[in-house]
Design a protein around this ligand. Structure first.
Ligand SMILES: NC(=O)c1ccc[n+]([C@@H]2O[C@H](COP(=O)([O-])OP(=O)(O)OC[C@H]3O[C@@H](n4cnc5c(N)ncnc54)[C@H](O)[C@@H]3O)[C@@H](O)[C@H]2O)c1
Ligand SMILES: [Zn+2]
Length: 482
């Protein structure tokens, strides 16, 4: 069996925003969520005027931070309660929509933290409208809200159908002031959603339908939508694509690109789309043989003809509709590196630290060695852009034996690549369990391999736990700079 749950109504295309002045929202007082970026770009003026024209009393909540933590989301929930509004209109990117979605379900009895532990506590109250101003996350279509959990150095999704909105408005006019850098990285996020869903083991006929149409729209529109501020047709097409890719996520879920990018967002606060953009090509190259048939289906579905290797064509997504073929680094440079990525990436790449990655979301075939290779490729890409390190470790799955030569190999490669630190143990919170003995074994190998040349850190998701503290002490005893 497979299912597809959708928002109740979607209004899209030129003039779609006008729906806000119609009798759409069945209560007088409306809380409008936005952020300073959208406000500064002039994205709020028209929706607010339309809501007021419809007779609504509007309470503004404009201090929603990008990539919010669960505490920041809780602050928004508290502020929302104070307004006494019976409806929510979120006008913003994924960050604003995710916070607004949480506000629509947390209620008075619970907190965001409690929902993190048990999403079944979510209960919808009031009417909710999502108006995306980036064409990326598809959060307007999904039952997910993603928050950073700082003490775990992770981003975590709260998932409940109660968060599906009553109405979605997709109007490209709102993207007019979106900086090219944000347009590109959020567009690549939508691309990742569609490719990951289409090639997932959990793909269904529903997710395939939406993912394929999203891919068709993205291939044809991402470049003009990013680079030509006035190209409303391209921006509207990208908004539709992001929405469709969001529906595909609801049906099947994302896979390894997202799983590997969450530590980048959670620990280093790298914007979600940028983190995904760094990992898309390495992960897809890794998956290439397993996904060849799916990718060829994408090619056929796009109605293209003539490629000798259809799958390779799809992964040359960087071929634009005009037929220009540009390699990913070039594309990223031209489209957005000048703006968003470089400051963020410097911050991330120069951090001395790395983390282990384990995730229930990873395909069984994607073991530590393959993850390391994906990271290594991302690292190469970063280097060409003036970055310094890519962190990674290690074989930490509960069902996996420690492979000492592979581990040694990783560490050597990391040192060659300029890695400054290692996390020899840790979890990203998805239930990895290594026995105590195994952790110490991995730890000892790391220490002997690094021979005091690098500082060694212990712990990622388990930072602060007794286990980590004990291992950190042990590392110090063994001469590590912890
Ligand atoms: N709920 C989901 O299903 C889902 C899916 C993917 C990602 N996410 C989450 O969404 C968040 C990222 O959202 P995002 O990528 O849309 O970015 P964002 O909402 O964080 O916005 C990025 C920046 O762009 C600015 N901005 C947004 N729209 C603008 C506009 N039209 N004009 C000018 N500036 C504008 C914002 O002010 C912000 O500074 C992350 O927290 C991510 O984890 C959620
Ligand atoms: Zn995403």
């Amino acid at each position: 069996m497979y299912a597809c749950r959708l928002p109740r109504a979607v209004y899209a295309g030129e003039g779609a925003l006008e729906i806000l002045s119609a009798p759409l929202i069945p209560c007088e007082k409306v809380a409008v969520f936005g952020d300073r970026g959208v406000e500064k770009a002039g994205g709020l003026a028209r929706p607010l005027a339309l809501l007021r024209r419809a007779g609504h009393d509007v309470a503004l909540l404009l201090d929603i931070p990008a990539e919010p933590t669960c505490e920041q989301a809780q602050e928004a929930v508290d502020a929302f309660r104070e307004t006494g509004a019976g409806a929510i209109v979120a006008i913003g990117g994924g960050s604003v929509m995710d916070v607004a979605k949480l506000c629509s379900v947390v209620g008075r009895e619970h907190t965001v933290r409690e929902l993190l532990d048990d999403a079944s506590l979510a209960r919808r109250s009031g009417f909710a409208v999502m108006v995306p101003t980036t064409a990326g996350t598809g959060a307007e279509a999904t039952p997910n809200s993603i928050v950073a959990v700082p003490e775990k150095a992770l981003k975590v999704g709260i998932v409940s159908d109660e968060m599906l909105p009553d109405a979605v408005v997709l109007d490209g006019e709102l993207l007019r002031g979106l900086p090219a850098g944000v347009a590109a990285s959020t567009g690549v996020d939508a691309l990742c959603h569609a490719i990951e869903c289409f090639t997932s083991r959990k793909a269904t006929p529903f997710s395939d339908l939406y993912a394929l149409e999203a891919l068709r729209l993205i291939f044809d529109n991402i470049e003009p939508a990013c680079l030509e501020a006035g190209d409303m047709a391209a921006k509207n097409a990208m908004l539709r694509a992001a929405y469709y890719a969001g529906v595909a996520i609801s049906c099947s879920g994302t896979t390894a690109v997202h799983a590997l990018s969450y530590p980048l967002g959670g620990k280093y606060r790298i914007p979600h789309g940028v983190a995904n953009a760094m990992l898309l090509m390495p992960v897809m190259r890794f998956n290439f043989d397993a996904c060849r048939e799916d990718l060829a289906r994408v090619y056929d579905g796009l109605g293209r003809t003539g490629a000798a290797d259809k799958a390779a064509w799809v992964l040359g997504v960087w071929k634009t509709s005009s037929g220009r073929c540009i390699s990913p680094p070039d594309w990223m440079r031209t489209a957005y590196l000048r703006t968003t990525w470089i400051p963020w990436s410097r911050r991330a790449w120069t951090c001395s630290g790395c983390w282990s990655i384990t995730s229930g979301a990873l395909p069984p075939s994607m073991r530590a060695g393959s993850i390391a290779n994906c990271w290594k490729e991302a690292h190469k890409l970063a280097k060409t852009l003036g970055g310094i390190i890519v962190p990674i470790l290690t074989p930490m799955h509960a069902d996996e034996r420690i492979n000492e030569p592979a581990l040694r190999n990783h560490i050597d490669r990391m040192l060659e690549g300029g890695v400054h630190g290692l996390f020899p143990c840790g979890t990203n919170g998805e239930g990895y369990i290594l026995s105590e003995g195994e952790k110490e074994e991995v730890f000892a190998i790391c220490l002997s391999q690094t021979a005091g040349r690098v500082p060694v850190f212990a712990g990622t998701g388990c930072v602060g736990t007794r286990d980590t503290i004990r291992l950190s002490r042990k590392a110090a005893d063994m001469g590590a700079d912890v």
